[in-house]
Ligand binder design. Structure first.
Ligand code: HEM
Length: 369
């Protein structure tokens, strides 16, 4: 293919995905409509994910006033926030509950936009930025988990980093050392220690928020420019005006979500789900306590790693992630019926492994992992 042909196609691709000529704030607000059909509830999920992200930013900034990112003071500063700062326990619980709520909402947002084929042309950029947003949101979970520097935080992080390094055994020659280099770069020193805590802290409160804000800007710009996809295979789909009707409903959903978060933050401390001594300060000389597991949203890979050969899980994860990223191209001719079936199968796997992973493990292995 000649160079000008490639340039021409690239320009055409960009012009269709970023039709800036269509940019007109007045019409985007007054003329924009939202399709009304049986899956319309899914159009609130992106907004809800945005809401939980904003709760994370606000409660995270408040926690920064007291949190000490040092191995000597991290755990004590979190204890101080919970027990001595007025409203500290509530803010910490809101941050913890909203992090789980955000990840759950993003997962359902991925499954519904996939089932609705909302990745189809011209929304490929919306989808690809979305997939990277999902990776960053899981990155928030992984880095935030270490910051309280308690037994479960440090030991679960060690296991996570070791599973990165284990890839090396399947790579040829020089490449076999790359995963070790990645683990050492993330860890910053021989063992999980001050350098690791400083790096996870910098990732959690600076790099990831900026990356998410940037990607979200492109994501929402694309949604504003292309509008909501129809999402269902029916002839006549009703519509409602985006402004003010959909916006008012979106904000009402945010209001209900905040109420639920607030009640959970007040009445159900996140820590109550962790048995003693998991919330105790990390003791580098002590033995690893029982029950070390990652957060619930990593169970979809944690239990397969405990039950299946490592290479099989890594192959599945790589194929799954690449398949998701390239969905707009490899599934452009797929019917919504097929996509719905794939989304339902994925949702069933996620629900079963998250809720029953422990029991499945005990049945198959006869012991607790
Ligand atoms: C921090 C995470 C995210 C936020 C805050 C977010 C926010 C939004 C918002 C506000 C919308 C418009 C309303 C809606 O359709 O729900 C939207 C649409 C969309 N999002 Fe996301 N999103 C996130 C992650 C993702 C992920 C992980 C994916 C997919 C992998 C994704 C794919 C899409 C698609 C394809 C649309 C267009 C929907 C349509 O036109 O029907 N988003 N997103």
């Amino acid at each position: 293919m000649k160079l000008e042909e490639i340039a021409g196609r690239t320009f055409e691709f960009a012009r269709e995905r970023f039709p800036v000529a269509k940019l007109n704030a007045e019409s985007m607000l007054t003329k924009k409509v939202v399709p009304v059909h049986r899956m319309s509830w899914a159009y609130y999920l992106g907004g809800l994910a945005l809401f939980f992200f904003l709760v994370q930013v606000v409660t995270g900034l408040m926690l920064l006033f007291y949190y000490q990112p040092t191995v000597s003071d991290a755990h004590a500063s979190v204890e101080y926030i919970t027990q001595h700062v007025s409203g500290g326990a509530l803010v910490r619980n809101l941050h913890a509950w909203s992090s789980s709520a955000m990840i759950l909402t993003v997962i359902v947002h991925v499954l519904t936009t996939f089932a609705m084929k909302a990745f189809a042309k011209p929304r490929e950029i919306t989808w690809v930025t979305g997939v990277f947003l999902a990776m960053l949101v899981f990155g928030f979970g992984f880095t935030g988990y270490l910051l309280p520097w308690n037994q479960i935080a440090v030991n679960a992080t060690k296991v996570g980093l070791q599973s990165i390094e284990a890839v090396g055994q399947y790579l040829p020659g020089e490449m076999a050392t790359w995963p070790t280099f990645v683990r050492e770069t993330i860890q910053g020193e021989a063992a999980v220690g001050q350098a690791t805590l400083s790096r996870f802290y910098a990732l959690h409160v600076i790099l990831l928020p900026f990356l998410v804000a940037g990607l979200l800007g492109v994501h929402l710009f694309q949604v504003q420019i292309h509008g909501m996809s129809c999402g269902v295979d029916v002839e006549r789909v009703g519509t409602e005006k985006f402004f003010p009707f959909f916006v008012i409903k979106d904000l009402s959903v945010w209001g209900v979500a905040f109420l639920v978060l607030f009640v959970l933050g007040l009445c159900l401390p996140f820590e109550s789900f962790f048995a003693y001594p998991l919330m105790e300060p990390y003791d580098p000389l002590g033995s690893t306590p029982e029950g070390i597991k990652p957060e619930w949203y990593f169970f979809f890979v944690y239990y397969p790693l405990e039950l299946l050969p490592y290479w099989a899980v890594m192959l599945g994860m790589t194929a799954g992630t690449l398949g998701l990223l390239l969905s707009p191209w490899i599934l452009q001719n797929a019917s919504r019926r097929t996509l719905r079936a794939i989304a339902i199968a994925a949702a069933t796997y996620l629900v079963v492994i998250t809720l029953f992973g422990q029991s499945i493990y005990e049945v198959l292995k006869g012991v607790s992992p």
